[in-house]
Ligand binder design. Sequence first.
Ligand code: Z5A
Length: 422
Amino acid sequence: MLYDAVIFDLDGTLTDSKEGILTCTRYALDKMNWPVPDEETLQKFLGPPLVDSFMRYCGMTEEQGRTGLDYYREMYQPGGWKMNAVYPGIRELLKELKKRGAYVAVATGKPQKNSERIVEYFGLSPFIDALAGPGEDEAHADKKDLIARVLPEGKKAIMIGDTAGDVKGGIDAGIDTMAAEWGYGSNADMAALRPTLTAKDPREAAELLCPGYKAPKGAFLTFEGVDGCGKTTQMKLCAERLTSMGYTVVTTREPGGCPLSEQIRGMLLSKEDNGMCAETEALLFAGARAQHIHDVILPAVEAGKIVLCDRFIDSSMVYQGAARGLGYDWVRLINRAARETCAPDRTFYIRMSHDEALRRRGAASQLDRIERAGETFFSETEKAYERLCREEPGRILSIDGNGTIGEVQQRVFAAVLNEIDR
Ligand code: Z5A
């Protein structure tokens, strides 16, 4: 490790708060019936204190600027701050720094309380040893002072930030600096201050700070359950949350997920009876899967992404192996290549009460081939899922799918995060 203390700026360095800041700024201007500047001017609001920007770019007096700030907070405080996302690659960088024993801190011009809330909400707190931002009684704090508040004695330290203010703060504090070119600040302004290091993205920062760094492989997680159990809804919510935490997420589904496999899906889930026999059905699911693995899943996992897949081989085991009566051995055989090259890291089975599953199924308007298979068929799928869970408790995690979407999401997201954040 080149440094044993690494200090980060927050906005524009660890997190991308652009959407939240601009949305709340537009809200404040609307409330004041003030013309909203063009996009290019609005971008300049990212970084400097808001009252200054209202004065400089909207021609407000200081008093009007303060009113603007009050309106801005009206939207920002209750939830606007959540319109934020950790930059892709940051989580991996922080993890690597901690793995190598570095002290990691944040020195930000954003108020201390707001910053702590963001770091906590986006799951960064486990990686952060200390955080300094202006206190409630401070309108503004100098970057050099903020750095001094978290700078440990006797450690070789570096300040990483996306603006000239961050680089200057680091230089004034007497430590090395890294220009983070992925944020909002002007790269030319930072370069003019001659930072010790410059990185175009968090991955390059990791390579510079941690010699020999290799970006970790991604993960392949599958979601299973009887139809109507809520897995598609839960998977989408998990994807949104994980993306905001800095993960690169790919959501996909079976049958389908890539153009050729989506064509096969059309045959498999036809609304008309196309006379397909059970064996053909099982082989088409396996064929669609082979293409999906080749085109989408393996390349994404290899590139370090988190793949969330709506159904996978377990569905074939349950629907074709058990409910269609083809047997597990044969289904395993025709999916052998898939099982060997692309076994899920973890499968989340969303368990649903029989009555609620029936109710949701009954609400569907037009049924496809498989949904028309009848009551006994679906009871068989429920039993088969339970059996798979008993047989493979290490891989398949059963999660209670009863309750509101929000309640179920708490359980599912905790399980997903536990799997990928270890
Ligand atoms: N199949 C197979 O036989 N062999 C295989 O190898 C594979 C698949 C891969 C794919 O159908 C069919 O292919 C499937 C298995 C078979 N057949 N069946 N039957 P699909 O892709 O069209 O759909 P699905 O996977 O069966 O399910 P789905 O329609 O995507 O539903 P879901 O994922 O289970 O649930 P959802 O879409 O999230 O929610 C369903 C509804 O419930 C929706 O209106 C939600 O708003 C609502 N919902 C969700 N959660 C809640 C809660 N908590 N409370 C209240 N309402 C909720």
